[in-house]
Design a protein around this ligand. Structure first.
Ligand code: G3H
Ligand code: 13P
Ligand code: ZN
Length: 307
């Protein structure tokens, strides 16, 4: 089965009030773990590649790994560029075979974000590629994605932005942030704002970035085996279920994958200090990714048996 567009996945997800998981991939074990989970759950899937991941693994390798995975799978799988920062990177991945891109002009003034997004939309649509854009800004620091403050999406601007750019889906800011430290006190998202945006953009797929739950079992395991991940806090899973019922069709998860792998590898190293075969620790790390993703699909996203 070739790579697919997210269009049909989102149409069905919107109708069915569930969400498609968009999982960040950086290497073979992560890709395999996620796909194995989706296979068992018969769930549609989005695999996404950040600029940092593309630099780390190489676009060619990622595409070849995807081709290998697709030879063995009948699932609808979309390959998406996460946080494309300019036109050139979007063009390069579109030309390379990605079926979906995000152009992230969220750091730009409104009119400049519109102009950049529109330019990508024109190029992508010509080739049948889906475009996600972002309005508002998420706090958090990753390799190539960073902002110190959270700027919530203004509903009227969201409508104007979608109309003027023709983007296919929109990432909104309602209080989530990237990374493992999302909330200082009690977790809180602006669901009222989400509902307003969703009502003003009927049948339009919204995207929630920064949606990892920072699962306590992995934070505790990482810390028990020498890690120093203190005061980490993510988005409660019932918040994600609620978002999926309010027009959010795509939920982005990266940090939970990083934590699951790191916790399991730390445990393995501590318990097996004499071992040095990478398969011995990458194997359990891949299994941890699979189990975590399967849990998300089944009990949080609600996308099991939707293919
Ligand atoms: O939203 C950001 C993703 O978690 C990707 O992070 O730029 O470190 O690969 P990265
Ligand atoms: P997390 O850091 O919450 O996993 O968010 C990932 C993300 O939004 C990727 O674009
Ligand atoms: Zn993101």
């Amino acid at each position: 089965m070739p790579l697919t567009s997210p269009k049909e996945m989102f149409d069905k997800a919107y109708q069915g009030q569930y969400a498609i998981g968009a999982f960040n991939v950086n290497n073979m074990e992560i890709i395999q773990g996620i796909i194995q989970a989706a296979e068992e759950e018969k769930s549609p899937l989005i695999l996404q590649v950040s600029a940092g991941a593309r630099k780390y693994a190489g676009q060619h390798y990622i595409i070849k790994l995807m081709e290998a995975a697709l030879e063995e799978s009948d699932l609808p799988i979309a390959l998406h560029l996460d946080h494309g920062q300019d036109f050139d990177i979007c063009k390069e991945v579109i030309d390379g075979g990605f079926t979906s891109v995000m152009i992230d002009g969220s750091h730009l003034p409104f009119e400049e974000n519109i102009a950049l997004t529109k330019k990508v939309v024109d190029y992508a649509h010509d080739k049948g590629v889906w475009v996600e854009a972002e309005l508002g800004r998420l706090a958090g620091v990753e390799d190539e994605v960073s902002s110190e403050e959270n700027v919530y999406t203004e509903p009227h601007e969201a409508v104007e932005f979608v109309e003027r750019t023709g983007c296919d889906s929109l990432a909104i800011a309602i209080g989530t942030s990237h990374g493992a430290y999302k909330f200082k006190g009690e977790p809180k998202l602006d669901f009222e704002r989400l509902d307003t945006i969703s009502e003003m953009l009927p049948r339009y797929p919204l995207v929630l970035h920064g949606a990892s739950s920072v699962l306590p079992e992995f934070v505790e395991m990482a810390n028990q085996y020498g890690g120093q991940v203190s005061d980490a806090k993510g988005v409660p899973e019932d918040f994600l279920r609620k978002a999926a019922k309010s027009g959010v069709c795509k939920i982005n998860i990266d940090t939970d994958i990083r934590l699951a792998m790191t916790a399991v590898i730390r445990k393995y190293f501590k318990e097996n200090p004499q071992e040095f075969d990478p398969r011995k620790y990458l194997g359990p790390a891949r299994q941890a990714v699979k189990d975590m993703v399967q849990h998300k699909i089944k009990t949080v996203l609600g996308s099991s048996n939707k293919v």
